[in-house]
Write a protein that binds this ligand. Structure first.
Ligand code: SF4
Ligand code: SF4
Length: 192
């Protein structure tokens, strides 16, 4: 093969390669655009997408089932038992609330979005939201707190519970029956 023939063959090959590439580009020129102007335009999220969690704390009964189900321990809940004189009300599912929720934190930096916490919740108050854009510069800002009790309220609730338990313990001691003497020692007391 002569040098001239090889030269023209190379030119043809280069042009052919460009044309193959341009054919794909050309076809897409006449198709509907598949790109969107994110973040100004957003695609709809699938119905069961897993995103940021939300807790409707008014419906939480503090059963800890969500925390127990979490495989990475990113849910921290602290509860305080309410004394019988306090009525914490009912949830929207008609479940009586017996515990104060002093702390309910979800560390979304640890969360793996498995959704396991949402299934066992008896009041369906922990749910996945549609929020998926919540990056932060500080990891600590990814800890979401849902409890609404103030530290002062928590201290007061704990004090009330301690007082109630102490009263109950005192009552138990008071009504405890006197120990019966061991058998054989119940003879009449000696007279002087
Ligand atoms: S989605 Fe999974 S990892 Fe995240 S809090 Fe719920 S159980 Fe834990
Ligand atoms: S499972 Fe539901 S009700 Fe129980 S502690 Fe978690 S969020 Fe609250």
């Amino acid at each position: 093969m002569s040098a001239i023939s090889t030269y023209f063959k190379s030119i043809f090959h280069s042009l052919f390669t460009v044309l193959v590439g341009m054919k794909i580009t050309g076809l897409h020129l006449f198709k509907r655009s598949v790109t969107i102007q994110y973040p100004n335009v957003k695609k709809p999220i699938p119905e069961r997408a897993r995103n940021r969690l939300y807790v409707n704390i008014d419906d939480c009964i503090g059963c800890l089932q969500c925390a127990a189900a979490c495989p990475v321990d990113c849910i921290t809940i602290e509860t305080i038992k309410a004394t019988p004189d306090v009525d914490l009300g009912m949830t929207s599912k008609n479940t009586k609330k017996r515990l104060y929720i002093a702390q309910f934190d979800i560390d979304c930096a640890k969360c793996c979005y498995c959704g396991l916490c949402t299934y066992p919740c008896p009041t369906e108050c922990i749910v996945m939201t549609e929020v998926y854009e919540y990056s932060e510069y500080e990891r600590k800002n990814l800890v979401y707190s849902f409890a609404t009790m103030t530290p002062e309220d928590s201290i007061a609730a704990r004090r009330r519970l301690q007082q109630y338990e102490a009263e109950q313990a005192a009552k138990k001691v008071h009504i405890q029956p006197k120990p019966t003497p061991p058998s054989g020692t119940d003879a009449a007391p000696a007279t002087t």
